[in-house]
Ligand binder design. Structure first.
Ligand code: FES
Length: 92
């Protein structure tokens, strides 16, 4: 049985320099990882970097685990919505 402290938000930070093969890292996911880590550090969830999730064209991607959904096309303009979704995930 998982507890709130087992929950994670996995941020894909895989980087590819090839502009013909998109990657979350090339789209600024490091900035999202840092912002989430700073914003949510006092909540019972781990914010971790992740390798490629195989959804590169929909990135940057964040996956809520365990059993959470993928949040696609994450960017700083949607940051508040993303943090609210993560907080709802923690509460469920
Ligand atoms: S590079 Fe992020 S899902 Fe592939």
């Amino acid at each position: 049985m998982s507890t709130a402290f087992d929950k994670k938000a996995l941020v894909c930070t895989n980087f590819r320099a090839n502009p013909n093969h998109p990657s979350c890292g090339a789209r600024g996911s490091d900035k999202i990882f840092i912002a989430l880590s700073e914003q949510l550090h006092n909540l019972p969830i781990k914010i971790e970097k992740s390798p490629c999730m195989g959804l590169c064209h929909d990135g940057p991607n964040v996956r809520l685990a365990p059993n959470g959904r993928f949040i696609n096309e994450v960017d700083m303009q949607k940051f508040e919505l993303i943090t609210e979704e993560i907080k709802a995930f923690i509460a469920c």
